[in-house]
Write a protein that binds this ligand. Structure first.
Ligand code: IPD
Ligand code: CA
Ligand code: CA
Length: 270
């Protein structure tokens, strides 16, 4: 998996330096030739080395042959950054073992080719950054934490995250919005961020990063603290210590309690 992620990452960097034509999948949902080429490369490698594995990739979907192992592939996470020349993007690969009773994420790899950072995790065996063990942060107070979130590129007007962004920004050291959910999760895993949340992510965005956070000692759930599911529309990750406080904040904000009002720009101008 790491060899495949590195190879796809190198391909992305080649495209990145060439400058690319942006195409649209939806209103503001971008795709480039690099997204497609990276997925083609990953699928070719998996088909050759693991012919009995199924692959669900963002660009080509799932060809479900009912196999025991399934890969979740985001061939380029951070396409908007990539297309604008902002060097924050990665390749995200996860493998799940499936049976009639359960599906278990067994391995995850996220590769950031511009920083040459390779995040890896294997179920029950911890998480690493470039081969060195990583752990989540030890920050126990929300008011001392640095968090991150993301905003979707489609159905933007239906997404309430700006309210959460505003409230949680006021209660923490800040909330970053870097534009790659897989890297956001890895940054929680290695302690750069103390938590991350996002609405409406897809399995290929989260499958690897969630395992990497958990193997680094962190926690991932729904916004109400419930068990995280790959097809869920809610991702809340933290160092574990902050999890209860974050779930509580989400409950309060969803209930509309204790909200700080937004400053009025007309009043500010006056
Ligand atoms: C996107 C990124 C971004 C997140 C969006 C995702 P893509 O993935 O992870 O950070 O906010 O919700 O769709 O489209 O660049 O693979
Ligand atoms: Ca993605
Ligand atoms: Ca993508």
């Amino acid at each position: 998996m790491t060899a495949i992620a590195r190879e796809a990452g190198a391909l992305l960097v080649e495209y990145f330096h060439q400058g690319l034509k942006i195409e649209y999948k939806g209103d503001a949902d971008l795709v480039t030739a690099a997204d497609r080429a990276s997925e083609v490369l990953i699928r070719e490698r998996v088909a050759k080395q693991f012919p009995s594995h199924d692959v669900q990739g963002e660009e080509q979907g799932l060809k479900d042959r009912g196999n025991e192992y399934r890969w979740y592939v985001d061939p380029l996470d951070g396409t908007t950054n990539f297309a604008h020349g902002y060097p924050v993007f990665c390749v995200s690969l996860a493998v799940e073992r499936r049976s009639a009773a359960a599906a278990t994420r067994v391995a995850g790899v996220v590769y950031d080719p511009t920083r040459d950072e390779l995040f890896t995790a294997e179920q029950g065996k911890g998480a690493q950054l470039n081969g060195k063990r990583i752990q989540v942060s030890k920050i126990g107070q929300l008011k001392e934490s640095l968090l991150s979130t993301g905003f979707p590129s489609h159905k933007r007007h239906k997404n309430p995250n700006i309210f959460f962004y505003h409230q949680i920004t006021l209660r923490t050291h800040g909330v970053r919005r870097a534009g790659s959910a897989a890297l956001d999760l890895c940054d929680v895993a290695c302690g750069r961020f103390d938590g991350f949340w996002e609405f409406n992510l897809n399995p290929w965005d989260t499958a690897a990063g969630v395992l990497i956070v958990e193997e680094a000692g962190g926690k991932v759930s729904g916004f109400d603290g419930s068990h995280f599911q790959l097809n869920s529309r809610e991702t809340l990750a933290s160092n574990g210590l902050l999890h209860g406080a974050l779930v509580n904040e989400f409950q309060e904000i969803f209930a509309g309690r204790g909200l700080d009002p937004l400053p009025d720009p007309r009043e500010y101008r006056r």
